[in-house]
Structure formats: C-alpha cells, structure tokens
Design a protein around this ligand. Structure first.
Ligand SMILES: N[C@@H](CCC(=O)N[C@@H](CS)C(=O)NCC(=O)O)C(=O)O
Length: 263
C-alpha cells in the first residue's frame, strides 16, 4: 500500500509521481493544501516534521525528502531500474540530485511561490499571515517566505534564483552534448528530478530562458512526451489552468528578464 502526500504544483512531489508512473505503481494520492498551510498542521507534522510535501507512506512507514523517496522507490521496486549500474555515472546522478535539492529547488520556490501561493496569503489579515508563517519549522525557509511575502518577485532571492536556473541550464546543455540523457544514454533519476523544474518554465511560458540551448529544448520535449510525465505531471494541468498560468507568467516575465540581465 503506497500513499503520497502531494500537491499538483510541487516540483518535488512531481518527481516522485514520475518515478511511480515509470514503475507502474498504483498509489493513493493525498492532497495537501499548501496555500492554506495544511502542511503545518500537527497531523501532517507528525508524518513529516519539516512540514513539506512530498511524504511517501509505504506499508505504514513514512519516508520524507523527495530525492530519498525517489531512490527508495527505485530500490524497493527494482523493475525498470532508474539508476545507472556504473558507479561513476551513479555518482554523477547523485551530484545532479544534490544540486537540485540544495540550489535549483529553492530557486524554483522563489520564482513560483510569489505567483502561486502569495495571493492566497494576501487574502488573510496581517496577523493571520504572520501566525502562519511563524509556524514554518526551518528558519531559512521561514525567513525566505516572509521576504517573498513582503516583496514578491522583487525579493533579492529572485535575482539569485534566475541566475541559478541559467547556470544549471548551461551545465545541462554541456552534459547533453556528451550523451542523450543527463548522465548517460539512459534515462535516470537525474532526468526525472530535473524535469519538474522545467514544468515551471513551461507552465509560465518562460522558455526564452533556454532558447539558445537546443539540447535542453530537445531534452525537455523528450521528457514531456514520456507517458510517465504525462501521467505524473501533465494530467494535473488542464487547458484552463495552463492558460491562467501562462497569463500570470507573462506578467512576471518582465521582472525575470530584468533579473537575467543582472550580472
Ligand atoms: N527538500 C524537500 C523540499 C520540499 C519542499 O520544499 N516542498 C514544498 C513544495 S515544492 C513545500 O511543501 N512547501 C511548503 C511550505 O514551504 O510551506 C524535498 O525535496 O522533499
């Protein structure tokens, strides 16, 4: 029995959903309302003390941290292996996964959160907002959300985020010149863990950020066309939602473009 605590727009939850689909595993999705901070309720914190999605529950054991969940699923369900046999390639895959967790993920949050989550919090009173944000368990995340709450896309975090995205894209372009997928000619967890961060670009219509990188363009097209991506990610984005996100993305693009030029 597998349960996944998830949110449709969470890139870390999307990675896990792609792995589940690659492995043809059935699971029970449990929606966590992040905009209303359901992730900070005691019953959720009892499962995941960091108060974030995703959380996988397998045979009643909660497993947290998206990259660890992806590796866990790959180990527990060995059919259709998503990790290279070669130790060097496996190390390279883990390097990408670490880069994603420590750098690309917070960057994606800085770009996406002001557009997706901030509006719901703005509807609350200042006291309610403060009370909710004060409950975020980890200090760096708490402080960052407060900055993003106050300044939106003008927060300093957003400048760094755009630069991290851009340098990641350039490194991917190099890697994809050497092999068909990120770490070898085989699709791996490195591709799975990167792809959702390009969903953010795609849903907001920010593809200009990699328009000079033909290999990255082709790589994302190939990810997008996989059944696992369609099932794990695209199925949550209907036409209406996509056109609403594109509209919001267009407004934000002006700021992103300005940050791209920031050296
Ligand atoms: N390192 C964690 C990061 C998880 C994370 O930041 N999740 C976000 C959604 S993508 C979340 O739950 N945010 C809720 C919040 O910040 O209040 C992982 O990879 O699982």
């Amino acid at each position: 029995m597998i349960e996944l605590y998830t949110h449709p727009m969470s890139p870390c939850a999307q990675k896990v959903r792609i792995v589940l689909a690659e492995k043809s595993l059935e699971y029970q999705p449990r929606f966590v309302d992040l905009a209303n901070k359901e992730n900070l309720k005691p019953e959720y914190l009892a499962l995941n003390h960091l108060g974030v999605v995703p959380t996988l529950v397998h045979n009643k054991h909660p497993i947290i941290e998206s990259s660890i969940i992806c590796e866990y699923l790959n180990d527990a369900f060995p059919q259709h292996n998503l990790s290279p046999d070669d130790p060097l390639e496996r190390a390279e895959m883990r390097f990408w996964m670490k880069h994603i967790d420590t750098k690309l993920h917070p960057s994606c949050g800085a770009l996406q959160w002001p557009i997706i989550m901030r509006p719901a919090l703005l509807e609350k009173t200042e006291t309610e907002r403060k009370a909710l944000l004060d409950r975020i368990p980890e200090k760096p995340r708490r402080e960052r959300q407060k900055r993003l709450m106050e300044m939106g896309l003008e927060a300093p975090d957003v400048i760094d985020a755009v630069q991290v995205y851009r340098s990641t894209i350039l490194r991917m372009e190099q890697a994809l010149g050497l092999h068909r997928w990120i770490v070898s000619d085989h699709f791996s967890l490195a591709d799975i863990c990167l792809a959702p961060y390009f969903q953010t670009i795609y849903q907001f219509g920010w593809e200009k950020i990699y328009e000079d990188c033909p290999r990255v363009t082709d790589w994302f097209e190939r990810c997008l066309n996989r059944d696992s991506y369609q099932k794990g990610v695209s199925s949550d984005f209907n036409k209406e939602l996509l056109s609403q996100l594109k509209e919001q993305g267009q407004i934000a693009w002006e700021i992103i473009e300005r940050h791209l030029q920031h050296k």
